[in-house]
Design a protein around this ligand. Sequence first.
Ligand SMILES: Nc1ncnc2c1ncn2[C@@H]1O[C@H](COP(=O)(O)OP(=O)(O)OP(=O)(O)O)[C@@H](O)[C@H]1O
Ligand SMILES: [Mg+2]
Length: 255
Amino acid sequence: MNLFIIKLGGSAISDKSRPLSYREDWVRSLGNLLNARLRTGDRFILIHGGGSFAHPLALAYGLSKYRDYDQLVGISFTSAVLNYLSMRVTLTLASVGLPIYPLRTGGSIYIIKDGKPQLLIDPMHMIELISRGVIPMLYGDVVVSDEGFSIISGDDLMLDLGAKLRPSASIFLTDVPGILDTNGNVVRELTERSVINERDARHIDVTGGLMRKVRSAIELARYTRTYLCAIWDLGSISRIFNNEEPINCTRFLPD
Ligand SMILES: Nc1ncnc2c1ncn2[C@@H]1O[C@H](COP(=O)(O)OP(=O)(O)OP(=O)(O)O)[C@@H](O)[C@H]1O
Ligand SMILES: [Mg+2]
């Protein structure tokens, strides 16, 4: 079985400079590709980010760090908006024929313990879902943590599930064709020693921005081929499914 874990980044499914903006066309085009691959036997687990649905709310209520009671209603709003986004992605993908099985990350699947994501269910449950033909889909969410509540990012979920399930490849999808160097060119291979700069971003990201993503991806590369591609670069994504190197995209390499 060829298993691929794919993160539909918040930047891939929403315009992070515009609150509550959903990129249905990009999601649908990716869905058509995944549907064709599913029929040839490839298997998928999807994770999506919060994008312009969750980050602005999480920032407004200071949810990266739990302090007091007044934040609890912010947890309700953020959870609701994430669930709503997850339903939108589910409906778009199901309407092109993909049997998405949406799972709510907070509540019963993940908590943060000793500062690290802790999976509350047996990882085999994911494999059992896949073997029944569906595509489990999780998302970055507000979860119970050591100090109260905290945010688990989709990138953290990629690392944790990738290390446990060892897929054929893990792919981070965003709105840009790879990690970009200071001239705007795609860095084709990236290790801990590579020097990259976060470009001036007009959007909000409460989960540590690009550097944190890059660190997670490099660590994930110890367990699985790991790439960052644009959601619209279907040619490159297909090549990764074929076990070939993509035309664009950044490949992360462990040190
Ligand atoms: N040097 C860089 N190379 C590539 N992308 C960069 C760079 N600097 C900033 N970015 C921005 O980082 C964004 C991707 O990271 P970000 O965390 O915002 O999105 P995401 O992880 O897809 O969203 P979410 O956290 O909601 O899942 C891209 O939209 C891009 O504009
Ligand atoms: Mg992010």
